[in-house]
Design a binder for this molecule. Structure first.
Ligand code: ZN
Length: 404
């Protein structure tokens, strides 16, 4: 039996060449699909849908709101006796901003494929598509469904994966192909955006003592956050993820130099662990309010959720048990395709895996290629990792979906 599954694995491995995977990823990168493109992800979704269909992988497009298209491809299981596996990757990227390389003219040099989205995450997405193609070309019959969802808007509000959660397809397990340098990452922190509005009292700058300066009050709040809350978070340990963090991202206040500012607002990025709750996240900010108020009774502030980065689902932490069959399957397949023991770590960012695990009840692990420069001026993915990922994805599908 072991011999047989090994044979199938090597048969699949030979079915898609490295140059083909590179070619596919280059093509995906060459189609801009960021938030400033009028057609958004549509063009890249249409290309991927056609590519899969031409290979005999049943694929379709499904509208997500206006102008947005998810790709859903499914290799149907023959008996339904195996479990189903969903491979998930986002088709959008961040805009090129001021890249030092040509963002949409992908080039491979010294084993690195450069371009906007090469790493985050058209590389992982291409490797996922290649895994389906290889299984299809090898005519392997899986018992459970193998699904690819190429989704819109992960860099925005995760509209694409929300749509999958709400309308299906459903799967027993999931893998998100964000870049992990071939590390298996069953968990990561949640992401909450907060806004703090500090209120003062307007007055003329020449009679500042008659007002209450909201900017000065906000500064007091910031000092307390940095002195008390940030160190407390840094010392907090999680069984599953990296420690919690708080980043003061944006501040805005006042009208002009000769007026006492009556308003100042601060936007915060708070990464929370599975051991924390959102109530606690909020309470800790209220505690800072109280401690500023003790020193300055005129301090007045309001705390709100900033929901601009989400549609309807809270960006909760992702937690999948390390003893899950999916984690075990990934550990085995990573070892067999890299010759090294798989590293089990926690992803530093937030991903759509959390929505699938929490809201669709599909335990989803993050696993993808290595490289550098996600959202940065020089972005690349390692081409050897693309091949390893494609092999790991297909071998994991064999283990989860089983062959007949
Ligand atoms: Zn990403």
């Amino acid at each position: 039996m072991a011999r047989r599954s090994g044979d199938i694995e090597s048969r699949i491995k030979q079915k898609v060449k490295k140059s083909e995977i590179e070619g596919l990823v280059k093509h995906l990168v060459s189609i801009p699909s960021h938030s400033e493109v009028p057609t958004r992800e549509s063009e890249v979704a249409e290309y991927l849908n056609e590519f899969l269909s031409d290979e005999g992988v049943p694929s379709r497009l499904r509208k997500v709101g206006k102008n947005r298209l998810n790709v859903i491809a499914t290799i149907k299981g023959t008996t339904g006796n195996g479990k189903s596996l969903m491979l998930n990757g986002h088709t959008d990227t961040v805009p090129p901003y001021d890249m030092d390389i040509k963002p949409f003219t992908p080039k491979v040099t010294a084993g690195r494929l450069h371009g906007r989205g090469a790493l985050d995450m058209k590389g992982g997405l291409g490797a996922m598509a290649a895994a389906l193609v290889a299984i299809r070309r090898a005519k392997v019959r899986l018992q459970g469904d193998l699904i690819l969802t190429a989704v819109v808007g992960e860099e925005g509000k995760s509209e694409g994966t929300e749509d999958i959660v709400l309308k299906g397809p459903k799967a027993d397990f999931g893998i998100v192909g964000e870049p992990t340098s071939l590390e298996v990452q069953p968990s990561h922190r949640g992401l909450e955006w907060l806004e703090v509005h500090v209120f003062g009292k307007a007055a003329h700058g020449g009679q500042a003592e008659k007002g209450v300066n909201a900017i000065s009050m906000a500064a007091r709040f910031i000092n307390k956050v940095e002195e008390d809350l940030v160190p407390k978070l840094a010392s907090r340990r999680s069984r599953h993820t990296l420690p919690p963090t708080l980043n003061l991202g944006v501040i805005s206040g006042g009208q002009q130099p000769s007026s006492v500012a009556d308003r100042c607002a601060i936007w915060i990025d708070r990464r929370w662990t599975p051991e924390e709750s959102l109530d606690q996240v909020f309470q800790e900010i209220y505690d800072v309010f109280d401690s500023v108020k003790k020193e300055r009774h005129e301090f007045r502030a309001k705390l709100k959720r900033d929901t601009r980065n989400m549609k309807s689902m809270t960006h909760v932490p992702n937690v999948v048990s390390r003893s899950s069959p999916l984690v075990k399957a990934l550990e085995t397949t990573v070892q067999s395709h890299t010759g090294k023991k798989a590293k089990l770590t926690s992803f530093w960012g937030w991903t759509d895996a959390a929505l699938l695990t929490h809201f669709a009840k599909t335990p989803t692990v993050v696993f993808g290629p290595g490289g550098a420069g996600a959202h940065a001026r020089v972005e690349y993915v390692k081409t050897n990792d693309l091949v390893t990922c494609a092999n790991v994805y297909s071998s994991t599908a064999l283990k989860i979906c089983r062959t007949d």
